[in-house]
Design a protein around this ligand. Sequence first.
Ligand code: ZN
Length: 684
Amino acid sequence: MQNLWSDRDARAMVKHYAAQGVAEDLALRVYTSRLLGGEPRLVQHGGGNTSVKTVMRDQVGDEVEVLCVKGSGWDMAAIEPPGLPAVRLKPLQKLARLERLSDEDMVNLQRGNLLDAAAPNPSVETLLHAFLPHKFIDHTHSNAVLALCDRPDGEKRAREIYGRRAAIVPYIMPGFALAKKAKDVYEANPDCEGLILLKHGIFSFGRTAREAYDRMIDLVGLAEKRLAKGTPKRVVPAKLPRRAAGLAEVAPVLRGILAAPVDPNEGRWTRFVLECRNGDRTMTYVNGRDAARYSRAGVVTPDHVIRTKPWPLLLPAPETGRLDAFQAASRAALAQYQKDYRAYFERHNARAAPKKKPLDPMPRVVLVPGVGLFGLGSSAKDARVAADIAETCASVILDAEATGRFESITEADIFDMEYWSLEQAKLGKTAEKPLQRQVAVVTGAGGVIGFATAAALQRQGAEIVLLDLNGDQARANAKKLGGLGLACDVTDKQSVDAAFAAVASAFGGVDIVVSNAGAAWQGRIGEVADDVLRQSFELNFFAHQYVAQAAVRIMRAQGTGGALLFNASKQAVNPGPNFGPYGLPKAATMALMRQYAIEYGADGITSNAVNADRIRSGLLTDDMIKSRSTARGLSERDYMAGNLLGREVRAEDVAEAFVALALARKTTGAVLTVDGGNIAAALR
Ligand code: ZN
């Protein structure tokens, strides 16, 4: 592992924070915390923690000794000084005299001694930092250290590698008891540079930020060197079907299996967003003949359990053309997983005091041989975190198995960690938004209405995919919103199919589709050229059909319903002169919307349209508005608000109508009008 310390960067950091009134100790603490946090082989998503003992002034200006320690919820890779709340050190150190301390009392004492009452909760490992005497202390869950220690002979190996340089702490769950034990072990080995916490991770310490960091890198380097020694055992691959099914084909089936109905009459499901990983190393793990053993063996470090559950769900390998068999076998495997999880809960809750409430029995990681490792989440972000941690776990297990056998903490220890209130608090439960866990695709998302619609769906919690003929525009808009942007020519069936395959691969499937792309062609119908009419039909009719077809295929594979939404036009209802080439295909699209309503209602798929008129967009440009209002002797404002309500209709209004229809689970075959009122365009 490379040592990334740079005197120049360190000085720059000190200078940068000095300008904000942050002292050197804390600035350097931020600097090396970020160096450690930026290395995924040391720290994953909120894992690890660091501290510095320093002096600050309280409200009246008196100097007070404090421990600045990583706060819960902060990621080390991007930590800032407020992410290292200051706790009065002396009262914490005094706690070492106690024999026992409850979690509630520990949290209460830590919070009660914060200099800033509004600061985040100090790390669950705060007391360990407080009980050791060193000024700077670093803690990581280094992959290499775990790969060496997560074995039956882990302690022996650690002693061989580290000798007197690092002392060994047996596994104890984080909290007061571990802090006491670490203090005892350190005091018996006062010359050591760090501590190896068996089956958990590593601490290093020093008088300076640099010394603690250097020692972390050196100690981890020793573990890496040892892992590289000798001839590794090859992981024997399992036999896979000759014609393995592809990710885009499997993901929606898998997503459907993992979805649970909340209320079928309301069309409500608890879905997951999926994130697939299928790099070579991860596939070696997923495809291993012994995957059922090593994947069930437990976590590589205790705090992973809140993100990955104690073990993943291992499914059979799917075969092309035989997904029905995969589906049936997977449903049975999931039912068994839930049964096992409930039994695990009962087994360990029997000795828990006070009794715990069971968490949901769903996996957070699914292994599909031949296809990939899937992280599951209530959002794409959560799914990514689960996948990152699961990949880290896979990597550590492969390394441990290469020269030995992986062994985790006991199942009872895993349970204690999973159901520890301080760990669950890290997940910070917030109420879910109405469209959370759903994936929405919007076509023509480079334009004004498409962009506003994607933004509105996202505000309701949906993961969004923006498709546009102009891929750069789609990606630029997606970047603004934090969604996925893809180039797609909706008039080309292959391009549409490829885009939907990419969406299924990225998120596991599709729940909402807004078929919005369109353009207006004009011409007097008796004289218009055939190719103009055909061109318009390609975009204003066939494209809607391609998009709906691709979406319905995925929705039916999921079996959890869905929402098809079409951007219709007033031309379909209230045709205007010279707009035949535009209105005719739009009228066909309105019929298309109803046809989907009829044929896929039984699948829980709703099909509806929004009929909008007179919106500033690519269809109605500023120049057109100017010339039309002038031609009618109206101001631009009066022209735009020339409707029953006398109000200009905006792209955001159209977007809200799409959201309303996506949420309406008992409306199908409907056209929702968003035009400020135009009786000539009212449906009859
Ligand atoms: Zn830890």
